[in-house]
Design a binder for this molecule. Structure first.
Ligand code: F6R
Length: 256
């Protein structure tokens, strides 16, 4: 894993944007895997700015989101469809038919999951998968205990995840208990590169275990140690439990 430690959230977003924008420019038909939540908002804002300044073009870019809550209509204000529309899709020239989010509002979710993996494969896989990380080490909505061998599937969200995500809902009871998520297999097998972003003290222990801990279903992000091309951009509060050596290596890798 290549670990880049940055000073603050703004630096994290700028670093993520510059790394990805270079690749989008080199490969205009790039396939991006996208995350939601608080962490990538700054990255999406940076992309929007670059688009508005005419330095980044999304017209041929294709995207696949990691996950969606079960039972929320796409137009629900807390659905990840709405999140993506508001924070990225409506603000750049991505074509609607090039964007994909699991349709977790349909009756036959098993079929939705199967077709989602097939679509990713038909697109030739994902060139850069953007990930956040949960305080419990989840990636996508692959909670601790998830079988790493499964593709896109329906999950029961952990109580801690429901609590964490309740900040976006009026009441805790409104947070859906289930989601459709790309599986760890989907992420590991289909992504050529992974870019994981982490900020905030509450992520520090999960980040430490992801990088230095045992590879185990107890911390799903630890499976990323097995992927050949993972870059982690971590803000210093989330990095404070990492070894000096890891941080030193990070500085050497970034050349800063
Ligand atoms: C979102 C997702 C989740 C989040 C994680 C961190 O699509 O898949 O794994 O990345 O829960 O969320 P934030 O960024 O809100 O701390």
């Amino acid at each position: 894993m290549r670990v880049i430690v940055v000073e603050d959230y703004a630096a994290l977003s700028q670093k993520a944007a510059s790394l990805t924008a270079d690749q989008i420019r080199q490969n205009p038909r790039i396939v991006l895997g996208l995350a939601t939540g608080s962490t990538p908002l700054g990255l999406y804002q940076e992309w929007v700015e670059m688009y508005k300044q005419g330095t980044l073009d999304f017209s041929r870019v294709r995207t696949f989101n990691l996950d969606e809550y079960v039972g929320l209509a796409p137009e629900h204000e807390q659905s990840y469809h709405t999140y993506m529309q508001q924070n990225l899709f409506s603000q750049v020239n991505l074509r609607p038919e090039h964007t994909h989010i699991p349709s977790a509002y349909q009756a036959d979710l098993t079929q939705v999951c199967k077709e989602y993996d097939e679509r990713i494969e038909a697109a030739g896989g994902i060139d850069i998968q953007i990930l956040g990380i949960g305080a419990n080490g989840h990636i996508g909505f692959n909670e601790p205990g998830t079988d790493p061998g499964i593709g896109t599937h329906i999950v029961q969200l952990a109580e801690t995840t429901i609590q964490a995500n309740s900040r976006f809902f009026a009441r805790l009871e409104e947070v859906p208990g289930q989601a459709v998520t790309m599986g760890i297999r989907t992420i590991m097998k289909n992504s050529r590169q992974i870019l994981l972003l982490a900020y905030g003290e509450e992520k520090a222990e999960a980040v430490r275990r992801m990088i230095h801990g045992d590879i185990s279903a107890n911390l799903p992000a630890s499976y990323l140690q097995l992927h050949p091309s993972v870059t982690v951009i971590v803000e210093k509060k989330a990095a404070h439990l990492l070894d000096e050596i890891a941080c030193g290596t990070a500085d050497a890798l970034t050349g800063r």
